[in-house]
Ligand binder design. Structure first.
Ligand SMILES: Nc1ncnc2c1ncn2[C@@H]1O[C@H](COP(=O)(O)OP(=O)(O)O)[C@@H](O)[C@H]1O
Ligand SMILES: [Mg+2]
Length: 292
């Protein structure tokens, strides 16, 4: 880990010891100790004012895996994901409760959000590079922000490694100084992935990362997720069931069961189980395309 690693002591407060879950429906079976998990949430809830959007979501995100989060529009998937890299910090009405742990360490409070984002990167639905800045500067933006000055030789290395990891190097190596805005949408999204990877995070959160892209660019992003999981644990929100089936080792299904209720985790497990042998009727209906 680098000098940007969190410096505070680990929070003394611990989650309930992981065991056979806590008996509630939807609680995932947890075997691994929290300390060994790149990311885990326990009873994570988010409300905006009196609007409870998501409640009591407990999911483990193991190393070298892709976890897909699926569920109907508005059930709180993005809200959940955004809590994980502290994006609700600046939303005055937002109240985030429960826990999120990175290698056993609480990241929702008692730690600088920048330190969290150094370990938990985010890629959004619409590619959002800095369009007038160069491809190279886009990749270096994160490392510069987190670490300050970086030696030239190291800068070159970060740029090449990150672009290679994002499957973009060969397409852009001869025009690193060109503005990012000139790239195609799919290339811009891979640049955003390179930018996120440049700080060597433990976890990459992706919120419908391919839904604004053409089928070929989507396929590239899906391939990338599978390749990248060896170096970074991936959590991807997707409304595309086939995509979840293709890329995800685990799938979590979130939904709003009754109008006015918050979104809750209904079921979480190996992707095959969720799609082919779900335990809950709601899950079966959703993955079978009967609602949402
Ligand atoms: N910043 C916010 N302020 C108020 N309400 C919000 C905010 N962000 C999301 N919401 C509400 O939370 C609910 C869930 O939204 P979202 O997490 O985007 O759902 P999903 O990603 O599953 O489609 C919606 O009703 C939305 O209006
Ligand atoms: Mg969303």
């Amino acid at each position: 880990m680098s000098d940007a690693a969190p410096t505070q002591e680990p929070a003394t407060e611990k989650a309930a010891p992981p065991g056979a879950g806590d008996g509630r429906p939807g609680a995932a079976p947890t075997i691994a100790p929290l300390e060994s998990l790149p990311l885990a949430t326990r009873d994570l809830s988010v409300a905006f004012g009196s609007h409870r959007v998501i409640e009591d979501v407990s999911i483990d995100f193991p190393e070298k895996t892709v976890t897909a989060i699926i569920g109907p529009s508005g059930c709180g998937k993005s809200t959940y994901l955004r809590a994980l890299n502290r994006m609700h910090d600046n939303v005055r009405s937002a109240k985030v409760s429960g826990h999120a742990y990175l290698l056993g360490r609480e990241i929702l409070r008692g730690i600088d959000p920048v330190a969290v984002r150094r370990q938990v990167g985010m890629v959004f639905q619409r590619p959002n590079p800095f369009p007038t800045r160069s491809i190279r500067d886009n990749v270096l933006a994160g490392p510069k922000f987190v670490r300050g000055r970086i030696k030239r030789s190291e800068r070159n290395e970060i740029v090449e490694d990150s672009l290679r990891a994002a499957g973009l190097w060969n397409e852009v190596k001869n025009r690193l100084r060109a503005p990012a805005g000139r790239l195609s949408g799919g290339q811009q999204q891979r640049l955003c992935i390179a930018r996120a990877l440049a700080v060597a995070p433990r976890v990459l959160l992706m919120d419908e990362p391919a839904s604004a892209l053409d089928p070929q660019s989507t396929a590239r992003i899906e391939e990338l997720m599978v390749e990248l999981k060896d170096v970074v644990s991936i959590v991807v929100v997707t409304h595309n069931m086939q995509q979840a089936r293709r890329v995800a080792d685990f799938t979590a299904f979130i939904t709003i069961e009754d109008e006015g209720e918050p979104g809750r985790l209904i079921e979480h497990g190996p992707t095959e189980t969720i799609f082919d042998r779900p335990s809950h009727e709601r899950t079966a209906a959703y993955v079978g395309g009967h609602f949402g």
